[in-house]
Design a protein around this ligand. Structure first.
Ligand code: ZN
Length: 450
């Protein structure tokens, strides 16, 4: 379901108080059922999948530039012994990502956004640290230990690790190795990355400065959070934490890199032809699994409206209307400043001319919705009549194309006769996910209070 405005996170996350240790923290990989060789194999398979979805740039100058920075970093002991590779992806969004075992990618949008080479090195050092600390497979281990114990034993036998894991119910899309990391993983990647940068001669503080710059951009533009910060949430005052880490290192001269060099790279990027099939939101291809609602619910209450929503979802307010959206960030695709809710809920109050007539006002509301979303169609299911909070309510179900590629979307539209107008709650999920989401959606509907 398309929304022609950007969303602003309505919930402000307060940075946790950070205490600074006086000696360097020992940073180690977490619990992991995969072997290091399996990390490498998984990363290779996932890279093959992902490179079908993104536009890898072959411009020699750019490839050399990024590789020169990457090689300086992975020559440091912090990077461990993985077969690292560095590629440039044509994508306007400010992002970079790395897969288990070493395949690393930087978006053209990130190079354009960097003030200096040290900032690009900072992002790469942070990504390389996630690889060295094996955060991707450690996170999968924690989430799917039981299935993995059943599946990993024979998984090296051929047929692909991704495929074999799918067979034991540990279905890992290539993109699910790019999950959002925890704050402790972020803080470890910042610190290990800072050490790696310093040894390679780059000013480590530039890494934290770049992240803070992205945050400032988000706040000043009112645009939603850059993908990089969504995948790599701020563990709490990054500049301070990295600066404290630098103080523990032996004093040395740092470089921010060659300014003219970076300028030439930016000119090259701006002159690149737009690839025919650049998919700027390939992450939306996880099929929605990472956006699935938790059964544990939280309470929302404001302006005389209350309802419960999944604890892993966030509340977003819309700039140009009183609507609110509740979703996981992974459930929202953004293109050209438009938000497309692929997995989530939209709640609002539509004005009516006089006292609500649930049948007529719902019909008018649905007509408007279908006009704004031309590809949506009625499901053919009969309208369901029930009551919510003692008021008459209707449920109408629609189908449309999902932002998760190749899937159909279910839009369940609940309308309720509210004293001030037509209260609506639109529950959206890709069709394959809908049965899993429905029990939570039902609870959300029944929790409406006004
Ligand atoms: Zn990170």
């Amino acid at each position: 379901m398309k929304r022609s405005y950007s969303l602003i996170a309505g919930v402000v996350v307060l940075a946790a108080a950070v205490s600074f240790a006086q000696k360097p923290k020992t940073i180690k990989p977490g619990w992991n059922l995969f072997s290091q060789a399996q990390d490498v194999q998984l990363g290779k398979e996932a890279a093959g999948e992902i490179e079908k979805q993104v536009a890898v740039v072959n411009n020699a100058q750019l490839v050399d530039y990024v590789n020169r920075i990457g090689k300086k970093l992975v020559a440091q002991p912090e990077a461990g012994q993985y077969p690292y590779t560095f590629k440039v992806v044509y994508d306007k969004s400010i992002n970079a990502f790395a897969l288990p075992g070493g395949p690393s990618y930087v978006h053209t949008g990130l190079i354009l956004a960097a003030d200096n080479e040290a900032q690009i090195a900072g992002v790469l050092a942070h990504e390389v640290s996630h690889v060295a600390l094996r955060h991707g497979t450690s996170q999968v281990t924690k989430a799917q230990a039981i299935q993995l114990l059943a599946g990993l034993g024979g998984a090296m036998a051929g047929g692909g690790l991704l495929g074999q894991l799918a067979q034991v119910g540990a279905g890992l899309g290539a993109n699910s190795l790019l999950l959002k990391f925890s704050r402790s993983a972020e803080s470890d990647a910042d610190l290990l990355g800072a050490r790696m940068m310093a040894k390679a001669g780059y000013d480590p503080v530039e890494m934290a400065k770049f992240f803070e710059k992205l945050e400032a951009q988000e706040q000043s533009s009112g645009r939603s959070i850059p993908q990089f910060l969504s995948d790599h949430p701020n563990p709490g005052n990054r500049v301070k934490a990295v600066s404290a880490e630098v103080k523990l290192m032996p004093a040395r001269e740092y470089t921010k890199g060659d300014t003219a060099d970076l300028g030439r790279m930016k000119t090259t990027i701006n002159g690149l032809p737009v690839p025919p099939k650049a998919n700027t939101n390939f992450r939306a291809d996880s099929g929605g699994v990472t956006a699935r609602p938790n059964a544990q619910l939280k309470q929302y209450s404001a302006k005389g409206l209350g309802f419960k929503y999944p604890s892993n979802w966030e509340v977003f307010s819309n700039q140009q209307s009183s609507e609110i959206t509740v979703a996981s960030r992974d459930g929202i695709a953004e293109t050209n400043g438009n938000a497309e809710i692929a997995y989530g809920a939209i709640i609002g109050l539509a004005q009516t001319k006089s006292q609500v007539n649930i049948e007529n006002d719902t019909k008018a509301f649905l007509d408007r919705m279908l006009q704004q979303n031309k590809n949506m169609k009625a499901s053919g299911e009969a309208t369901k009549r029930f009551s919510v909070n003692g008021a008459n309510a209707l449920l109408n179900v629609f189908f449309g194309p999902s932002a998760f590629q190749g899937q159909r979307e279910v839009d369940a539209v609940v309308t309720v006769a509210h004293p001030q107008g037509l209260l609506y709650m639109i529950l959206i999920a890709p069709e394959g996910e809908y049965p899993k989401a429905q029990p939570v959606f039902d609870q959300m509907i029944q929790s409406l209070q006004f």
